[in-house]
Design a protein around this ligand. Structure first.
Ligand code: SAH
Length: 353
C-alpha cells in the first residue's frame, strides 16, 4: 500500500488522523511541530513518542525529503545552488541567496515546466510532474539543515509555473508560514507567475498577503506572444485587470519581472509602454538582463542600455530595481544546472538519479 505523504497534511488533517488512530489530540500538534519546526526526516527521531507509535506511523506515513545531489557555491557572493533528488529520482533546483536583510531561498514548484517561455532553460524538456507541497517544503528544510542558516524570505521562482500547480502551492504557503512550522511571514513570500489569469484571480481570493510577481517581459501582446506562449491565452489587458484585482483583494502591490533581451524588448517604446502599465497598477518593476542559454539565440541587453532603461522608468516615477545577479559564476539561469546534469546523465525526463 502506498504510504501517505505526511508533510503535505495540514495540522488539522494530521490531528484528525491521529485521533482516528485512537491517540490523544495533542499528538497531532506534537508530530506537526517535529516535522515542520524541528525538520525531522524519520519517525525514529521522535523519541518523545512511544516506540510502538513510531512504528505505527512509519507503517502508514512517509516523510518526503529532498536529497542533495550536488551543490555549487558562488565565490562572488556566497550564493548556494542545490540540485535535489526527490523520492522518485526527479531532479529539482533550489538556491540560497544571502542578503543583508536576511536569507532568501528560491524553490522550484514543478519538475520541469510546460509553459515554453522562449528564453528559459527550465522548460526545454517540458513538464515531468507537479511537486507536492511537502517536496516544495523539503527543498527549504534541506537547505536549513545543510547550512544551519535561518531563512526569512521565500521566492517561488525556480523551475515550474506555480499557478499550474495551484493546490499544492496554497498548501505549501500555509505550511511554510504556519506558527508551528518555520513561521515565515507571508509578506516575505513571493510567488512568480507567467500570467495564468484565472489562477491569479483565485489566488487574490485566497486573501494571503504574499507578493505576486508577474513575468511580463513585453508590453505588447504581439511581442509577448513571441517570447511567451502563455500570451496566446491571456492578453496584457486581462493581466492588468487581474493585477488590479489582486491589489484590491490583498492590498499588496504587484511586481513586474522584466527580463531585458537585447533588441527585442529594450527599446524606448518598450520603456514607455512599461511606464504606462506599471503606472496603471502601481507595480514595482524588477529588471533582469536575460541570462543567455545555449539553446537559444537571445542575448542580454548591455549594461549601459539597462541603466538608461532604468533611468527612463525612474524619471517617470516608477519604482524600479535592477535585479542583482546572484551567483553569476554558478550556472546562473533557472534550470541550467538541472538541465546540464540531466543531459550529462543522458536522461530525458529528470528521472535519471
Ligand atoms: N514560471 C514562473 C516562475 C519561474 S521563472 C514565472 O514565469 O514567473 C522565474 C523568472 O525568471 C521569470 O520571470 C522568468 O521569466 C525568468 N527567467 C527565466 N529564464 C530566464 C533567463 N534565461 N534570463 C532571465 N530571466 C529568466
Amino acid at each position: 500500500m502506498e504510504k501517505t505523504d505526511i508533510n503535505s497534511l495540514y495540522i488539522e488533517e494530521l490531528t484528525e488522523a491521529v485521533t482516528g488512530m485512537g491517540l490523544p489530540k495533542y499528538r497531532g500538534g506534537q508530530i506537526y511541530g517535529r516535522l515542520h519546526q524541528k525538520l525531522a526526516t524519520s519517525f525514529s527521531e521522535m523519541t518523545e513518542l512511544p516506540e510502538s507509535l513510531r512504528q505505527q506511523l512509519s507503517d502508514i506515513y512517509e516523510i518526503k525529503t529532498a536529497e542533495k545531489v550536488s551543490e555549487q557555491v558562488s565565490k562572488l557572493d556566497g550564493t548556494r545552488k542545490y540540485l535535489f533528488a526527490m523520492g522518485d529520482g526527479s531532479l529539482v533546483e533550489s538556491v540560497l541567496m544571502k542578503y543583508h536583510h536576511g536569507n532568501s531561498v528560491c524553490i522550484s514548484s514543478q519538475v520541469g515546466c510546460r509553459m515554453g517561455c522562449r528564453f528559459c532553460a527550465s522548460t526545454l524538456d517540458g513538464l515531468t510532474r507537479n511537486l507536492t507541497a511537502s517536496e516544495m517544503l523539503g527543498q527549504i528544510y534541506s537547505i536549513v539543515k545543510l547550512t544551519g542558516e535561518r531563512v526569512s524570505n521565500i521566492v517561488v521562482m525556480g523551475t515550474g509555473e506555480p499557478m499550474d500547480n495551484y493546490d499544492n502551492l496554497i498548501r505549501f504557503i500555509k505550511h511554510i508560514s504556519h506558527e508551528k512550522g518555520l513561521n515565515i511571514s507571508k509578506r516575505n513570500i513571493t510567488v512568480s507567475t507567467c500570467g495564468i489569469v484565472p489562477k491569479m484571480r483565485a489566488f487574490a481570493d485566497e486573501g494571503l498577503p504574499v507578493t505576486l510577481a508577474l513575468s511580463l517581459h513585453s508590453v505588447t501582446d504581439e511581442k509577448r506572444r513571441q517570447l511567451m506562449p502563455v500570451a496566446n491565452s491571456y492578453s496584457i489587458e486581462e493581466l492588468m485587470s487581474a493585477c488590479e484585482y489582486y491589489f484590491e483583494k490583498t492590498g499588496r502591490r504587484i511586481t513586474f519581472e522584466y527580463s531585458l533581451v537585447r533588441d527585442v524588448n529594450d527599446t524606448d517604446p518598450d520603456a514607455e509602454g512599461l511606464i504606462r502599465l506599471a503606472g496603471r497598477v502601481g507595480a514595482h518593476v524588477n529588471l533582469i538582463p536575460v541570462n543567455p542559454i545555449k539553446e537559444r539565440e537571445y542575448r542580454e541587453t548591455a549594461a549601459p542600455r539597462v541603466l538608461a532603461f532604468k533611468n527612463k522608468l525612474e524619471k517617470s516615477g516608477i519604482n524600479v530595481t535592477i535585479r542583482r545577479e546572484m551567483g553569476r559564476d554558478i550556472d546562473g539561469a533557472c534550470g541550467q544546472l538541472r538541465k546540464r546534469t540531466m543531459d550529462e546523465r543522458g536522461s530525458r525526463r529528470g528521472q535519471g538519479a
